[in-house]
Design a protein around this ligand. Structure first.
Ligand code: FA5
Length: 373
């Protein structure tokens, strides 16, 4: 605020003349009326009712008038300032009401708009089947055990009783990780199966051991309808006192029932894996034709190729040599293990004919499985 102008100054005091005050009032009222929103009104308030506004400055000049003229000039300026305050308050209320009305319209939620047009994500069928199978064993008391995908050759082969010249160790089956100096056989590879997790579990966990290990595996297999160089397996290992093949069969039946429903026969036929003895391949009765395609007059079955059985897993009793390699007394403990491909299981279970469909990322494939979250 300017200092009181006590010395009589006819030029400054001219701002207190009725016409001047009226002009200031008119300017203020025009600016207030022209303010289209609250920001513009704020600017008008500062310009016409603020400390440096013409009327505030004129008010400061009142003291410079002769005493007889001060009261009338004071009333004139005071009335003008009061009119401005009043008009500002009214315009403020109007503009706030307009703003509130606009917010109600702009921010209104149209509850009639469709909400389900954008696709929600869902987990992949290979993931969900892997988790479902894992859950079956977790519910029977097994623990989930994991191992690295980049694995030491010792865990993947040696400890599993693969002889040094076993063909699976060759470059055409196994993807080796090149050594720091480019050497091909660095002793490190991308695991070719989930079985090395058996070794890791036996070396680190107290007995008895009951573990289920799902995970990715890698082989140099050429991509075709049933092979992929990257695929997923799930593996079960149980090592305890007194386990027999009857326990293995029981675990396999529980798994088949969880995957395909009750009442399907399973069959074990001799096979060979270096880390199980005896070893077997597991087949189950075809869940689609239930053997009808093999009987006279039966319709041919695409899923089992009219064999009546579908091969699903490899299994066996843990080789005592492997137990010894892990420091487990084979005279006291025995065990069983089995492993299978999760991607392949999706093919079998859901009638998918090409494994490539499971990883090409086309949502039309995944959507057919429903949106299991
Ligand atoms: C093994 O890998 C053994 N480790 C399984 C095992 C575990 C036996 C425990 C005994 C005890 P095999 O090489 O057969 O076995 O592979 C097991 C499953 O992995 C196959 O049945 C198949 O379902 C899946 N599989 C193997 N190679 C591929 C591939 N290239 N693409 C997709 N799935 C594959």
């Amino acid at each position: 605020m300017s200092a009181p102008n006590n010395a009589y100054d006819p030029v400054e005091v001219a701002v207190l003349a009725p016409d001047e005050v009226q002009q200031m009032l008119d300017d203020a009222l025009r600016a207030i009326a022209a303010a289209a929103d609250l920001d513009q009104l704020k600017a008008a308030r500062i310009a016409h009712a603020g400390d440096r506004s013409p009327l505030a400055l004129a008010n400061a000049e009142i003291g410079a008038l002769p005493p007889a003229a001060r009261a009338e000039a004071g009333r004139r300026v005071g009335a003008a300032r009061a009119a401005i305050r009043q008009t500002l308050a009214e315009r403020q209320a109007e503009l706030e009401a307009e703003r509130d009305q606009r917010v109600l319209i702009d921010e209104a939620v149209d509850v009639t708009l469709p909400w389900d047009r954008s696709l929600a994500g869902a987990r992949h069928p290979v993931t969900t089947l892997g988790e479902r199978l894992t859950d079956v064993f977790v519910s029977m008391g097994y623990e989930v055990a994991e191992g690295p995908e980049v694995e030491a050759e010792w865990y993947n082969f040696d400890a599993l009783n693969f002889p040094p010249d076993h063909p699976a160790r060759e470059m055409y089956d196994t993807i080796f990780v090149a050594g720091r100096h480019g050497e091909q056989h660095s002793g490190v590879l991308l695991r070719t199966h989930t079985s090395p997790v058996q070794i890791r579990a036996l070396l680190t966990r107290p007995l008895p051991v009951y573990v289920v290990s799902p995970g990715k595996c890698y082989r140099t297999d050429t991509l075709d309808a049933t092979h992929s160089p990257v695929f997923q397996q799930i593996e079960c290992l149980a090592v305890d006192e007194g386990l027999t093949m009857a326990d293995l069969r029981g675990a396999i039946s529980a798994f088949v029932e969880a995957m395909f429903g009750p009442g399907l026969q399973t069959r074990l036929r001799p096979d060979f894996f270096p880390f199980t003895e005896p070893s077997a391949d597991v087949s189950m009765e075809c869940h689609v034709c239930r053997g009808a395609s093999t009987r006279r007059g039966g319709e041919p079955c695409r899923v089992c190729r009219s064999q009546g059985w579908i091969e699903i897993a490899g299994c066996g009793m843990v080789n005592p040599r492997m137990l010894v390699a892990c420091g487990v007394d084979p005279d006291r403990y025995s065990g069983f293990a089995f492993g299978l491909g999760i991607d392949r299981s999706v093919l079998i279970r859901n009638g998918v004919t090409d494994i490539r469909d499971t990883f090409e990322g086309d949502v039309r494939f995944s959507r057919a499985f429903g949106m299991e979250a």
